[in-house]
Design a protein. Structure first.
Length: 209
């Protein structure tokens, strides 16, 4: 029996996952949290094999936090279950040690089969991710712009696109405000725009955020 934990902000997701796996023959849901800060406590209290986690989980301000979590829990497997753009986030998530990235519009049967495979040591990309990555080399220059961005730059861009000020972004990522200003300048240069409004619009057009 594979023991899983769920870390997600949304009660409807809690209900759906709990209901689906309630009588599953191979998978048991042993705990649910709605904040990243509660994940460590869950792992201390429960024996979790696979953690299913939303990339937009409250308190999860950086992909680096996932990397640190896996370092503290080397036997843990993590599956990201998210609505965020796969092209942008899946590759960096896998580099951080995540075992799989699944979009929330996938069937729960797909999540279940992935959980079992990941528990056995597999690293699984959804078919959409595979197709998207295969298409990258065929895309236009503008469509590939996001490939120039680092994980941290994508994170900063997400906060800026949500209307956060430099100071707020700095606090969320535990960086100083000057560093955020530097990241903003890099983003303007890499996406070939001159102001924040155009930066956010370009990011949305390219589905980076």
């Amino acid at each position: 029996m594979v023991k899983i934990g769920l870390a997600d902000n949304h009660p409807v997701v809690h209900y759906g996952i709990k209901s689906f796996f309630k009588e599953h023959t191979d998978i048991s849901l042993v705990g649910i949290v709605d904040n990243f800060e509660m994940v460590d406590e869950l792992l201390k209290q429960k024996d979790v094999d696979v953690l299913v986690m939303d990339l937009e989980l409250e308190g999860l301000s950086s992909i680096n936090l996932i990397k640190e979590l896996l370092k503290r829990n080397p036997k843990l497997k993590i599956i990201l279950f998210s609505n965020l753009n796969e092209q942008v986030y899946a590759p960096n998530a896998i580099k951080a040690g995540v075992s799989s990235f699944i979009q929330k519009n996938e069937k729960l049967e797909t999540l279940a089969s992935t959980i079992i495979k990941v528990n056995r040591g597999a690293v699984i990309f959804s078919e959409t991710v595979k197709k998207n990555m295969a298409l990258i080399s065929k895309q236009s220059k503008s469509e590939r712009l996001y490939r120039k961005l680092s994980t941290r730059e994508v994170e900063v861009l997400r906060y800026l696109s949500n209307g956060k000020k430099n100071k707020e972004v700095a606090e969320a990522l535990n960086l100083n405000e000057k560093t955020i200003s530097t990241y903003k300048l890099r983003l303007l240069a890499k996406l070939n725009v001159t102001n924040l409004v155009d930066l956010v619009n370009k990011a949305k057009t390219l589905e980076i955020v």
